[in-house]
Design a protein around this ligand. Structure first.
Ligand SMILES: *Cc1c(COP(=O)(O)O)cnc(C)c1O
Length: 368
């Protein structure tokens, strides 16, 4: 790969394939695989990632919001797309673009049925979400009789799947809570199976669930972060490859004297002569201000350069006093060796947050 000549997010699609195959190797052959491509495929590029995975015969996609699903349809994605958190004002669009809503309360179920009837649909696929302990979105087990009653009065929709979401699937020490969630989910789906004359398919596990709870894979699993190369556990990370590398270059080098300041609000004052490099990446690109003042770092010619002073909108300045470097040299913010997870840990954050924050301003470059 040529060296970066501007700020780029390099996306390694071979690494994506590697991660997909690794995760699939954890499943039995008839378990379906849903790829979570919400939030621009965790800050990478939802369209390129979805096209690549569609060619690898992934079974389903999920996005959070309707317009994310519309973008995939506009790009020619034909694989089923589950919309995890649609708002009722987008239900018409859901039906027009053949997206499949997650319905999680009587309110949204009723509104969706009304919409499907208005569009003269029959057996439109929907997914029912159950709350088994996360207390975020989902029906309660007590809601089941009312759900069944509602379903029995319409031909417009058909339940394609039943699902729930785990709260701490990465937790290995105390698994009680997750086992309780699995039990709640099992009780709920059995009640529904009894009441319906067909069996919607079942799914519960996210990436860490795939690894840690093989007994709970059910009919499909939903993976996001694992596809992008992180497993929430060093033992899992060693088998995965981060797909995204954030690279930039040195725009200018300054030598500032003892007592001189650097950047806005004079956030850094040199206590000795300091060589600084100014880089064309800032908080508008996704490097949050928390990374400033020595909390974050980049890698230049294999050496760590910490961020000095305040992060600007379009730039950061880093300490290169002891680094042999020149203007125009490549800078690694994160890659497969200096991972986003390690960088995020410096500010008490997680890989998910750093990756999804990389803004649309940063050019995406694909490696196939
Ligand atoms: C985001 C999300 C996932 C993906 O979780 P990962 O930990 O990234 O694998 C799965 N299911 C639901 C409901 C989600 O919102």
């Amino acid at each position: 790969m040529a060296k970066a000549q501007e700020t780029i997010l390099e996306i390694d699609l071979k690494a994506l394939q590697h991660n997909f195959e690794f995760l699939k190797s954890k499943l039995s052959t008839n378990t379906k695989f849903l790829a979570v491509v919400k939030a621009f495929a965790y800050g990478s590029d939802a369209i390129e990632v979805a096209k690549y995975l569609q060619d690898l015969n992934v079974n389903y996609f999920a996005v959070a919001y309707t317009y994310e699903g519309v973008a995939l349809r506009n790009a020619g994605i034909t694989t089923p797309i589950l919309v995890l958190h649609p708002q009722p004002n987008s239900f018409d669009t859901i039906i027009e673009r053949c997206l499949e809503p997650s319905l999680y309360s009587h309110r949204v179920l009723d509104l969706f049925i009304a919409c499907a009837e208005q569009h003269k649909q029959s057996n439109y696929p929907i997914h029912l979400k159950f709350n088994t302990g996360l207390n975020r979105l989902g029906f309660a087990e007590e809601n089941i009789s009312q759900i069944i009653d509602r379903l029995s009065k319409t031909e417009s929709i058909k339940v394609r799947s039943l699902f729930s979401h785990l709260a701490e699937s990465e937790e290995l020490i105390d698994t009680d809570f997750t086992l309780k969630q699995i039990e709640h989910f099992t009780n709920s789906y059995k009640k529904i199976y009894k009441a319906l004359n067909y069996q919607p398919f079942l799914h519960l596990c996210n990436t860490s669930g795939i690894i840690n709870y093989p007994e709970a894979h059910f009919d499909m699993v939903r993976s996001g972060i694992g596809l992008y190369g992180f497993g929430n556990d060093p033992k899992v990370n060693q088998y995965l490859k981060p797909i995204a590398s954030l690279k930039t270059i040195i725009s200018q080098i300054h030598t500032i004297k003892k007592g001189e300041s650097l950047g806005y609000n004079r956030g850094f004052i040199a206590t000795q002569e300091t060589k600084t490099a100014t880089l064309p990446i800032g908080h508008a690109d996704g490097i949050k201000r928390q990374y400033g003042n020595g909390n974050g770092f980049v890698t230049i010619n294999n050496q760590k350069a910490s961020i000095l002073g305040n992060v600007c909108m379009d730039m950061i300045m880093v300490d290169v006093t002891n680094i042999n470097c020149q203007e125009g040299d490549e800078v690694i913010v994160f890659d497969q060796n200096h991972t986003a997870e390690t960088l995020a840990e410096n500010v008490n954050s997680i890989s998910y947050e750093l990756l999804t924050a990389i803004s649309q301003r940063v050019k995406r470059v694909f490696r196939r």
